[in-house]
Design a protein around this ligand. Structure first.
Ligand SMILES: C[S@@+](CC[C@H](N)C(=O)[O-])C[C@H]1O[C@@H](n2cnc3c(N)ncnc32)[C@H](O)[C@@H]1O
Length: 343
């Protein structure tokens, strides 16, 4: 427990979005990866250590790789839906739209607290590059700005506290008119961990119960009880909030079992160390490892071992063999998984 009021905690949680955007901007400006949109969202051009830049690169690449795999594998099922929980200033929609891997007919929904979506909307209004991707091939009759969001046929930005499950379900199913049968991908990057575990569990369960073809990607911290983890938790708590779900699900095994328990029969989880070593492209790693000197190799390994990527699938309407085929093409193959559970 900490001594911060609820408002202070909520403000501190919202500010983690500024940190995430600055880290991404910093990694992009150092040449780790390409994102022509992130600079539009940051005012403070702070610097980050090489360790953080490299970690940001690994996280952004791994999540985008999975999202693109999902979109590729589900092409033949028609309309796809992506729901980015606590999206903050994430530019994923614009990157995917720019690469033309999502197109007319698909729906991309971004949700965050109204305070954050209002700021995102202000940035959209200031930059024609963003507006033109939003309005490209859009039926302008569907285009509508609200007080804290925006809606057009392909993209929706919505202000909501994710803990209000009934409101969340109303917004997705009634306001956005999402189909409960279309292939649907939920992304939660460093979001559910800020939410009280019971509510976070309800969110996970809501998606598996409501959507018949659903995948969930979760990127978060783990192992809070070893010395490195304890220090991480202490640093975070000093900022004014605690990571409730991290303490309730303190290992990769616990996170995996959580998703199985809440309705996803196919679940895979890997530490970012495994992802970095076994999944990310070797030539790209060689290139980015030359960008900045990184002396702290032991700390780099520890950092990666304390973050994970979980992804899962639940497919009600497919034959078992088709579901297995889809899962096998979706998942990352790695020889190192067992080590993850022992860390
Ligand atoms: C660390 S940031 C991550 C932003 C983005 N997912 C990314 O990876 O860049 C966490 C985000 O989750 C949002 N968030 C946390 N709890 C939330 C809640 N209960 N309802 C809506 N948004 C929430 C915060 O406002 C913030 O934008």
């Amino acid at each position: 427990m900490n001594n911060f009021s609820l408002e202070e905690q909520q403000r501190a949680i919202q500010q983690t979005n500024d940190d995430a955007a600055i880290s991404k901007y910093c990694a992009v400006s150092k040449g780790y990866y390409n994102d022509p949109f992130i600079s539009l969202f940051v005012k403070t051009k702070e610097k980050r250590q090489p360790l953080i830049n490299r970690g940001t690169y690994a996280r952004v690449q791994a999540v985008q790789l999975l999202v693109e795999r999902f979109l590729h594998l589900t092409k033949r099922y028609g309309k796809r839906q992506v729901i980015n929980l606590g999206a903050g200033f994430d530019t994923l929609f614009f990157r995917l739209r720019d690469k033309e891997v999502i197109w007319k007919g698909d729906v991309f929904v971004e949700l965050d607290f109204p305070e954050v979506t209002q700021m995102k909307l202000r940035v959209f209004r200031q930059h024609a590059a963003l507006y033109s991707l939003l309005t490209k091939d859009t039926d302008m009759k569907s285009f509508q700005e609200t007080q804290d969001g925006l809606s057009c046929d392909i993209y929706k930005l919505i202000g909501v506290d994710l803990q209000q499950i009934e409101k969340l379900s109303y917004l997705l199913e009634q306001t956005c008119q999402l189909s409960t049968h279309a292939p649907t991908l939920v992304i939660s990057e460093c979001v559910l961990t800020y939410i009280e575990p019971q509510s976070a569990d309800q969110i996970i369960q809501y998606f598996s119960k409501t959507f018949s073809f659903i995948s969930f990607i979760l990127f978060e911290l783990t192992f809070p009880t070893d010395p490195f983890g304890r220090q991480m938790v202490k640093n975070i708590e000093q900022r004014g909030f605690s990571l409730e779900s991290l303490l309730s699900y303190p290992s990769l095994r616990a996170q995996k079992e959580r998703f199985i328990q809440f309705g996803y029969p196919k679940v895979d989880i890997k530490s970012m160390y495994t992802i970095y070593e076994d999944v990310l492209a070797v030539e790209e790693k060689r290139r980015i490892e030359r960008l900045e000197l990184l002396d702290e190799l032991e700390e780099w390994k520890l950092l990666l071992q304390h973050y994970f990527l979980l992804y899962c699938l639940k497919l009600d309407m497919l034959q078992e063999s088709e579901a297995d085929e889809l899962w096998n093409s979706f998942r990352f193959i790695s020889k190192r998984c067992e080590e993850d559970y022992l860390s």
